[in-house]
Ligand binder design. Structure first.
Ligand SMILES: [Fe+2]
Length: 173
């Protein structure tokens, strides 16, 4: 057993896990609002289609989290996540500052990839904690979502390499 410093609070892993679930629930719901804006802003049809596809997945991810809360016997409630708020704000900035610019799509793609990486980090941790806490069914739900986030990240990388980044180097016509 690792030695520990004295603790002032009685909060345990289960509390941390529940807070993390509320955080990602808030984040997923915010993402369902951001993706349609990003799809509308994207110049490339492939990128817009990628955002639309991930919007449908994200709606399912929200439902999976609701199922997970139900399995835990807790109400599905979000908790403000300043990290996702900040990442999405940066995406908004790109939309405003690069409107009509060749680099718009590359910027949108990067913003979306930051969202995915944040989610991948969070789901990875939550899966480990769910398993540690013996919540196998909850872990399975989270794993299904993690696989979608990873696949989306991969699609975004491919879109960047297959033209979006190159077009960002061109002067506006
Ligand atoms: Fe997600």
């Amino acid at each position: 057993m690792a030695t520990t410093k004295s603790k002032a609070s009685t909060k345990v892993l289960e509390d941390l896990f529940l807070d993390g679930m509320k955080d990602i629930y808030y984040a997923e719901k915010k993402i369902t609002k951001a993706l349609p804006k990003m799809a509308k802003a994207a110049e490339s049809e492939e990128l817009a289609a990628g955002f639309e596809k991930h919007l449908a997945e994200t709606e399912t991810q929200v439902e999976r989290l609701e199922q997970a809360f139900e399995l835990m016997g807790k109400p599905a409630r979000g908790k403000t996540c300043p990290a996702i708020d900040g990442i999405l704000e940066e995406g908004e900035e790109i939309m405003q500052e690069y409107k009509g610019a060749p680099a718009l799509d590359a910027g949108l793609l990067a913003a979306a990839q930051s969202v995915e990486h944040y989610e991948i980090a969070r789901y990875g941790t939550l899966i480990a904690w769910a398993e540690q806490l013996g919540m196998g069914e909850v872990a399975e739900l989270l794993k299904a979502t993690l696989a979608e986030e990873e696949a989306t990240d991969e699609v975004l990388t491919q879109l960047g390499e297959s033209g979006v980044n190159e077009r960002a180097m061109q002067e506006a016509a």
